[in-house]
Design a binder for this molecule. Structure first.
Ligand code: SF4
Ligand code: SF4
Length: 80
């Protein structure tokens, strides 16, 4: 999964781009639900939130490192 750092400026452009509905507004900044983020695997070649974020504040989440296979399995689980 990816994560949003505290450099987020709450611009709201990433939230509607997420194909998994993984992004929401938290208490202070936007947040990614690691259970829903597939790093866009299964939907797109590139993470859509990273593509649109104007301040480049969406790195990989070191606490939720996943292989491509694991991300694909999550995608298939989410799509039922
Ligand atoms: Fe959503 Fe893709 Fe960003 Fe994950 S990488 S939060 S699935 S847009
Ligand atoms: Fe924050 Fe980047 Fe999303 Fe804007 S696009 S809300 S700066 S994470």
């Amino acid at each position: 999964a990816l994560m949003i750092t505290d450099e987020c400026i709450n611009c709201d452009v990433c939230e509607p781009e997420c194909p998994n509905g993984a992004i929401s507004q938290g208490d202070e900044i936007y947040e990614i639900d690691p259970d829903l983020c597939t790093e866009c695997v299964g939907h797109y070649d590139e993470p859509q939130c990273v593509e649109v974020c104007p301040v480049d504040c969406i790195p990989k989440d070191p606490e939720h490192e996943e292989t491509h296979e694991e991300l694909l399995a999550k995608y298939e689980r989410l799509c039922g």
